[in-house]
Design a protein. Structure first.
Length: 332
């Protein structure tokens, strides 16, 4: 059937409309909004594809299920090797590079520290450990203890991996690639808060996402961004934390101190063509903090938006790459 007119054809195409589905994943939730039309699979078939990829990643990388490939590796003693999926080995390589680039601020081997502080899959409740306990856990932390030998991942210490700082972004990119193969040309994908958008809506408007202000009492938009072909990741300390003796302990652990971060950076958002890279970089910058993190992002050309606590509330700062991408005040 022909469209009613040229304007409709240009803006919406024939029969184009936005459809949406989602569900639980990785202990959180995912959603996909996409423009359905000619050549795009129906919603049930598309969801089956997405759910299948999510299940595959969960089987490979989850620290919360005992039968995942990652959990099997984590239980092995020092001096062990285990055959791992290519995707896991790829993330280990990417994590090692981020670790080298940041002087150790990013580390995929911090699972023992997460468990110790009560934030990991094997934790026994939130608590403040002793200096001796932290030192013992740190002895098994560090990419230097890992080695890739062909299809095998080997460890010379009782290393335990946690891929949560990079796996969701990887999954976003993986599903985005599959959507392209299936003919989906316009979508907004959200997996546990890691985002990617491509194309435009049927009315010609861009997909927009909000950067939330770092508040745990309500959701407030700090900045609104129009996206096309970009991934977005935000890391913050305002949702997952505990308090003891009047002090707040964030779930973001500094691998070098073995303790939660204690600086004033409340949240940082990174925008990159790769959602995986944005995911890893947002964690890295969160660990480095407002000064060192901004300097790193500026030098590396990272598009990042920093929100720091101040004596009067919150202060925001964007890198030159972020401002070039989105303007100093556009879409606020």
């Amino acid at each position: 059937m022909l469209c009613a007119g040229l304007a409709s054809l240009l803006l919406a195409g024939c029969g184009e409309k936005i459809e949406e589905f989602g569900g639980p994943t990785m202990g959180s939730h995912y959603s996909l909004k996409y423009v359905a039309g000619e050549g795009v699979p129906d919603s049930a078939a598309l969801q089956a594809e997405v759910d299948g990829l999510l299940a595959e990643v969960d089987q490979q990388m989850s620290t919360w299920r005992a039968d995942s490939e990652l959990s099997v590796f984590n239980r092995l003693p020092a001096g062990s090797c285990h055959s791992m999926p290519a995707a896991v080995l790829g993330l280990v390589r990417a994590g090692e590079q981020l670790s080298l680039d940041s002087g150790g601020a990013f580390d995929l081997t911090i699972q023992p520290l997460l468990d110790l502080w009560g934030f990991g899959a094997q934790s026994r409740g939130e608590r403040v450990p002793s200096a001796e306990q932290i030192a013992a856990a740190r002895a098994n932390v560090g990419h230097r203890h890992l080695r890739i030998d062909g299809a095998q991942l080997c460890k010379d210490a009782a290393v335990q991996l946690d891929l949560n700082s990079i796996a969701a972004g990887y999954t976003v990119d993986r599903i985005a690639a599959r959507l392209a193969e299936l003919g989906v040309r316009s979508y907004l994908l959200d997996i546990t808060g890691e985002l990617k958008a491509l194309g435009r809506k049927p009315d010609g408007s861009p997909w927009r996402i909000a950067i939330e202000a770092p508040r745990d009492d309500q959701q407030v938009a700090q900045r609104v961004l129009a996206l096309d072909g970009l991934g977005v990741s935000t890391s913050g300390d305002y949702r997952n934390y505990f308090e003891q003796d009047g002090r707040r302990y964030s779930h973001t652990i500094d691998p070098q101190s073995g303790a939660p971060i204690s600086h004033r950076l409340a949240a940082v958002t990174v925008v990159d063509a790769s959602a995986q890279r944005a995911d890893g970089l947002s964690t890295l910058l969160m660990v480095l903090g407002p000064e060192r993190g901004f300097a790193y992002a500026e030098q590396a050309g990272v598009a990042a938006f920093f929100v720091s606590r101040s004596d009067t509330g919150f202060a925001t700062r964007a890198t030159p790459a972020f401002e070039r991408q989105f303007g100093a005040g556009a879409e606020q």
